[in-house]
Write a protein that binds this ligand. Sequence first.
Ligand code: FAD
Length: 305
Amino acid sequence: GNASLFAEDVRDVKISFEFFPPKTPKMEENLWSAVQALAPLEPDFVSVTYGAGGSTRERTHRTVRRILDETALKPAAHLTCVGAPCGAVDDVIREYWSAGVRHLVALRGDAPDGADGYAPHPQGYENAAALVSGIRDIGDFEISVAAYPEKHPDSADWDADLDNLKRKIDAGATRAITQFFFETESYFRFLDRVEKGGIDVPIVPGILPVTNFRTLTGFAARCGASVPDWLARLFDGLDERPATRNLVAATVAGEMCRRLHAGGVRAFHFYTLNRAELAFAICHMLGHRAVPTGAGDHAKGESAA
Ligand code: FAD
């Protein structure tokens, strides 16, 4: 049937938020106010990315620790295998376990800029599937992995791409989070392929509310995400109008989530870029409302303030 434009005010979706580890005190402040603004939405988990080549190892760890120590949120730490021997990666995994982290996002990572394709470290994990097995051997973590609705650029064809995803699930991952995409049809087609491939874990769409089209284009090409012409046209002429770009961003991402929801999607992962407002607005429109402050023991995110 033709449902109303907006979801009803029932919490029938699961949400999660992705943050990146801050570089400066000012960025740390921004991150922290975003975390506090989003906490009343009671996300399933919040994840913290790992910089290229492990460059943010300490900062990722510190951010995850702070989330554990100061909020009631469940952190998921991203981890890659690029440029490190298995032993060093295992140390990081053990550190997370003893800190009380129980959810990892296991990734391969990318070759450094200018390198000629990806090559694993000679004593390292070969790919994300191998990393998932390594994590499994160390602790009973919940493990999420990456999936690509438009195929990973390194996959020769769809069969190779889906086999790779299947290996990650067979190794013990229980959720895939997708690269961002802008056509809901690509996502739904991917779900069909995944299902035909016998993969039965949740494939959670990764939602990137785009506010800055200029930075997106170069970045997207490397990620295996295409940028439709209509998106370019929507941002045309708005370079000097950041407030307008925010309104456009919320509208585009909100409409995309509404279509996904209408197609049966009940879990959403938001690439927040450490900003709360867009993700908050979209969750609100999906019917996923913040718990009012002072609502007894639901107001967990407030307790550390
Ligand atoms: P894999 O699943 O290992 O696969 C990568 C590609 O290699 C696939 O095309 C696969 O088919 C192919 N492949 C795998 N094994 C073989 C083999 N033996 N022979 C031939 N081909 C093979 N990057 C970061 O650096 N830090 C992050 O925090 C981070 N977070 C991310 C979060 C999400 C949700 C997503 C979608 C991506 C993230 N990335 C991150 C980017 C990710 O590291 C890159 O997309 C990377 O290129 C692939 O990682 P993967 O885990 O998907 O790799």
